[in-house]
Design a protein around this ligand. Structure first.
Ligand code: PMP
Length: 468
């Protein structure tokens, strides 16, 4: 298999200038950004021909790298047939095939797939489905959602309401619906030195149980959690037994379990569905980023047979929908992405390269006084930066270290996703690495080198990185 794809459009044909007046409503209007004009495998290329290794896959999206010829061909083929037909009138072949592909591989009885255009939309659909399920079951008092602090489930109002990122929520608080939060599974900061994984998992499950009892089980619709956390607290891998303990508590009180795998799903952790590794099946599961791998905007919600059947036997329909749901071209792209990943056995590569990445980072960075923790699963790897390793004091947020890291990394031709911000009053700087599944051993060595060089430049330390 060749892991290098070449974009047939030449860079010269797409020259763009830095000085052009922009009418795009950029999120950070004061920031000047290069223009992406081409992509080749794990590399993105800007208007000046500068090359960047996409070590974060954007934000854990581009799992097949850029310009994959088979995905491009599948998109062309679908557009030639029919690009889009509204789901009020038609179903389409790629949506049917992709749903079948996912349902056959999903754990338990997650047999029904609802296609949307991204992660936040998948979460909104999950929340509304959980609510409608209880309305149909004649339990209309079940309307509350419990999620976790230091979590992120999207930026639309419903997703933001359940999310636990205080900084993102603050300006919008008056608009957010009631949601309740419990502690995340954050071993680096929260697990006692003498506390076993089992004891820690039990403590967190007890906290959820107490929250359910406090709210009244008859009022709680669902508990929402990322299987492996991505966007808010660096990467957080649950301790063994945590998700199973959570599942038991949910079952005991008739609360639905919604697992958000928008970032960690679709192979990112080395398993198509991250929860399969924890041997837990949620009632509702959300996926997005790696599903279409960035070739088309697509997300999905998978629902259990029991939930689906309740709606079928009740009102007969799901009171929700979007214009672009089940988009034929988006589904065709995602189907091609998933077929390539399976055919080329890339999840094996994810597990092997993920281990290499973590080992390499440990080797070059663990002596650095500001590198508090390196953790992850598969090719979803987080680095937590601290001011002091002993006390785990976060870096001073005035320094905006994450912004400097992004800039210096880009200067070096590396894309990594640094995250910073105040979460529940605690500032944290983290780096997310999520390279494409097609990375070779040499690519990983190169990424380790560049990440280490970036950290050593932004956070100088007298010793130099250890050579691999
Ligand atoms: N859930 C999780 C776990 C995410 O990581 C994200 C995106 N970072 C979302 C939801 C929201 O997805 P989107 O940005 O596609 O709306």
């Amino acid at each position: 298999i060749s892991f290098k794809y070449t974009n047939k459009h030449s860079i010269q044909n797409k020259l763009w200038t830095d000085t052009i007046m922009t009418h795009v409503f950029h999120r950070h209007p004061k920031q000047s950004l290069p223009t992406a004009v081409a992509g080749e495998g794990i590399t993105l290329i800007d208007q000046n021909g500068k090359r960047y290794i996409d070590a974060s896959g954007g934000a854990a999206v581009s799992c097949l790298g850029h310009s994959h010829p088979e995905v491009i061909a599948a998109i062309h083929q679908q557009i030639d047939a029919v690009a889009y037909a509204h789901t009020s009138f038609f179903t389409n072949e790629p949506a049917e095939q992709l749903a079948q592909f996912l349902a056959q591989r999903a754990p338990g009885d997650l047999d029904y797939v609802y296609f949307v255009s991204g992660g936040s939309e998948a979460i909104e659909a999950a929340l509304k489905l959980a609510r409608q399920y209880f309305v149909e079951k004649q339990q209309p008092s079940r309307r509350l959602f419990i999620a976790r602090r230091q979590s992120y489930h999207g930026n639309t109002l419903g997703a933001l309401a359940i999310g636990g990122n205080a900084w993102r929520r603050a300006p919008f608080l008056p608009l957010l619906t009631e949601a309740h939060h419990v502690s995340p599974c954050y071993p680096y900061r929260d697990q006692g030195a003498d506390e076993s994984d089992h004891a820690y998992a039990t403590r967190l499950a007890d906290e959820l149980e107490q929250k359910i009892l406090q709210l009244g089980p008859e009022n709680v619709a669902a508990f929402v959690a990322e299987t492996v956390v991505g966007a808010t607290a660096g990467v957080l891998v649950p301790v063994p037994g945590y998700l199973q303990a959570i599942r038991r508590v949910c079952d005991q009180y008739g609360v639905l379990l919604i697992l958000d795998e928008v970032m960690c799903g679709m192979g990112r952790t080395g398993h198509l569905f991250a929860c399969a590794e924890d041997e837990v099946t949620p009632d509702i599961l959300t996926i997005a980023k790696g599903l279409g791998a960035g070739y088309q905007p697509i997300g999905a919600m998978l629902a259990s047979r029991r939930i689906y059947q309740t709606l079928v036997d009740g009102s007969g329909f799901f009171q929700h929908g979007h214009t672009y749901m089940g988009h034929a071209t988006a589904c065709a792209a995602a189907l091609a992405v998933q077929q390539v990943i399976e055919r080329d056995q890339l999840l094996h590569n994810v597990r092997v390269r993920g281990q290499q990445l973590r080992q390499g980072l440990h080797q070059t960075l663990s002596a650095h006084p500001n590198v508090g923790d390196i953790r992850g699963r598969g090719l979803m790897v987080g680095i937590e930066l601290v001011a002091d390793k002993q006390s785990k004091t976060p870096l001073d947020h005035h320094a905006k270290t994450h912004t400097q890291l992004r800039r210096v990394a880009m200067d070096k031709g590396l894309l990594m996703y640094p995250m910073g911000g105040t979460v529940d009053g605690v500032h944290g700087d983290h780096i997310l690495l999520a390279p494409p599944f097609i990375c070779t051993a040499q690519d990983i060595d190169h990424i380790v080198e560049l990440v280490s060089a970036t950290i050593f430049e932004v956070l100088p330390f007298t010793h130099q990185p250890v050579a691999l």
